[in-house]
Design a protein. Structure first.
Length: 259
């Protein structure tokens, strides 16, 4: 068993470090692939980012809080809920404005890096963070202050994102089709799949059989990623206010406003 020094307030500097790391990753990505950022800026007015932010905030707090209902409602937030909520917000905005192509490629690296770093803040926040795992006899079980060895699910998730990045970044730099055209869809599938697995190692209340709320959310994320990947050739023919928009599905293709 590995003893982990914890304090609830560590979660906040963990969040700050996650945001800093995500911002640096976004800056590097813009330097490496400036066309991607330019493409996104051409097709997304401020309303797009408002929908993304509102969806992410509502999804984060709604999912996190609803997960506590069976044991007594308590305000909480969740990165899985934030991701799902942001997707719902963006897809709703795109539907209203006639934009059907993928706009997520520019967010892959920042979000994956942010999760990879932020999960360590969750770990060192200890039991108060309520992201801990179930007891285990494995030698790498962690003691978060109660003397019980637990699965370090926060580390599992961080390492999963690190492995994804080890595959994604080199593939993106080499122009591999899956990373260039469907990087966001690949990220959503990988995140949803690994999180779905780790949820079996958390003491969250069950909703349907062995599945908790986050199993259902992650199942939806996986389905979303696969559906988009399969239907990757969809293009938008008409945009807002009657102006046509052409949004190529591949993440690295240019987007332009048409007269």
């Amino acid at each position: 068993m590995i003893h982990i020094p914890t304090h609830p307030l560590v979660h906040y500097p963990g969040d700050i470090l996650a945001w800093i790391a995500a911002s640096l990753a976004g800056w590097w990505q813009h330097r490496a692939f400036p066309r991607e950022t330019e493409r996104l800026a051409q097709v997304t007015p401020p309303g797009y980012y408002v929908a993304l932010a509102l969806g992410g905030v509502v999804g984060a707090w709604l999912a996190g809080s609803l997960n506590t209902v069976p044991s007594g409602l308590a305000p909480s937030h969740s990165i899985a809920g934030a991701l799902a909520g942001a997707i719902v917000g963006v897809e709703g905005w795109k539907w209203l404005h006639g934009v059907r192509g993928s706009t997520g490629g520019a967010f892959v690296l920042p979000v994956a890096v942010g999760i990879m770093v932020g999960r360590w803040g969750c770990l060192f926040a200890g039991l108060a963070d309520q992201t801990y795992g179930v007891p285990t006899d494995l030698p790498w079980g962690v003691d978060l202050g109660d003397g019980i060895p637990r699965h370090p699910v926060e580390i599992y998730e961080s390492l999963s994102m690190a492995l994804f990045l080890l595959a994604y970044v080199p593939a993106r730099l080499r122009g591999r089709a899956w990373a260039r055209d469907h990087g966001f869809h690949a990220f959503v599938i990988v995140y949803g799949a690994q999180r779905f697995l780790w949820e079996f190692l958390k003491p969250y209340p069950k909703l349907i059989g062995p599945f908790n709320l986050f199993h259902l959310i992650c199942g939806g994320l996986i389905a979303y990623g696969f559906v988009w990947w399969r239907n990757g050739g969809v293009r938008a023919d008409h945009g807002a206010q009657g102006s046509a928009l052409s949004v190529s599905q591949p993440d690295d293709e240019p987007v332009r406003n048409l007269p």
